[in-house]
Write a protein that binds this ligand. Structure first.
Ligand code: IPM
Ligand code: MG
Length: 359
């Protein structure tokens, strides 16, 4: 199994190193051969090669069976041209690899419920899967740009969704709901946007093939409120690229720390199934290189890779159990620390999880 490893910027290299070590431990215990190929991406690539996604990096990602990514971006590159920004690498990878479905599970571990800014009784037991459409909508729609006009300039972006784009993401949602609690909430802004009206119409049509799954619809503003008011009403949320970007950050905070949440971006291109796995948090430049970052989101992303790209369910479960038992023993990185628990760094957290896997 060939894995392209793209550590990226900020805390990326530290957390990815821990996830790679965990995968190696899984390989050792279960006799699998993982071949890692490490490449630069994001600001690190811009510094070294002048572009955030060098051809060599893209090729490695295309040749691999799965991609493990750390994080990209940082203040150093915030003022450069859009085309050269670290974020561009992420968007190009999504586009080039055809990663149209982004899965962001937000699960609140009971032992961490007090780390949330919301009340324990509201978040304890939350288990939501946000499915975000990832290669369409306003992120990619044309026309876009900044143009001169009579008043000075105008900035333009376009929200576009086609029937096939909506059909395939709706199918992902209904299929995954079948392995969960059989409830899909489709989120749109159909009271204002035509693209959303089509979204809703198509989701309703696709739903006819999944009569065993319950479907509800929410406008995005209401959904943002309901997520805070009563998050346990949600099972699977399916939504557009931009709404999913926003709602998945909100869902993440229900669980206490964004440092815990993995993600998978899946799809297909060149006749091959694709998967890219990354923590949903960013590059956290303020704590980079200080052994403070929580590697769990990346380690759990590696578990999602094993399950979704390689069908290694048991191995994925072993990683999840290892994470849980280390947390149960009271070990915490700074972001999830609370009084009475033991504060440890990135490396130590990685090592403890790895030990559980090997024993
Ligand atoms: C995310 C991020 C990205 C996005 C940025 C870094 C381009 O916020 O993956 O949620 O907006 O998709
Ligand atoms: Mg985001």
């Amino acid at each position: 199994m060939k894995i392209a490893v793209l550590p990226g910027d900020g805390i990326g290299p530290e957390i990815v190193a821990e996830a790679v070590a965990v995968l190696e431990a899984v390989g050792k215990r279960f006799h699998h051969q993982f071949n890692f190929e490490e490449k630069q991406v994001g600001g690190a690539a811009t510094d070294q090669f002048g572009v955030p996604l060098p051809d060599d990096t893209l090729k490695s990602a295309q040749d691999a069976d799965a991609v493990l990514l750390g994080a990209v971006g940082g203040p150093k590159w915030d003022t450069i041209d859009y085309a050269l920004r670290p974020e561009r690498a992420l968007l190009s990878l999504r586009e080039q690899l055809g990663l149209y479905a982004n899965l962001r599970p937000a699960k609140c571990y009971s032992i961490l419920a007090d780390a949330s800014t919301l009340k324990r009784e509201v978040v304890d037991g939350v288990d939501i899967l946000v499915i975000r459409e990832l290669t369409g909508g306003i992120y990619f729609g044309q026309p876009r740009g900044i143009a001169k006009d009579g008043t000075g300039e105008k900035g333009i972006n376009t929200e576009v969704y086609t029937t096939p784009e909506i059909v395939r993401i709706a199918k992902v949602a209904f299929e995954l709901a079948r392995g969960r609690r059989l409830h899909v909430t489709s989120v749109d802004k159909a009271n204002v946007l035509e693209s959303s009206a089509l979204w809703r119409k198509v989701v309703i049509k696709v739903h006819k093939e999944y009569p065993d799954v319950a479907l509800s619809h929410l406008y995005v503003d209401n959904c943002a409120m309901q997520l805070i008011r009563n998050p346990k009403q949600f099972d699977v949320i399916v939504t557009t690229n931009l709404f999913g970007d926003i709602l998945s950050d909100e869902a993440a905070m229900l669980t206490g720390s964004i440092g815990m949440l993995p993600s998978a971006s899946v799809g297909e291109s060149g006749g091959k199934r694709r998967g890219m796995y990354e923590p949903i948090h960013g590059s956290a430049p303020d704590i980079a290189g200080k052994d403070l970052a929580n590697p769990i989101a990346t380690i759990l992303s590696a578990a999602m890779m094993l399950q979704m790209s390689f069908g290694l369910e048991k191995e994925a479960g072993v990683i999840e159990d290892a994470v849980l038992s280390v947390l149960n023993e009271g070990y915490r990185t700074a972001d999830i620390y609370s009084e009475g628990t033991r504060k440890i760094g990135t490396k130590e957290m990685g090592r403890l999880i790895l030990e559980k896997i090997l024993c």
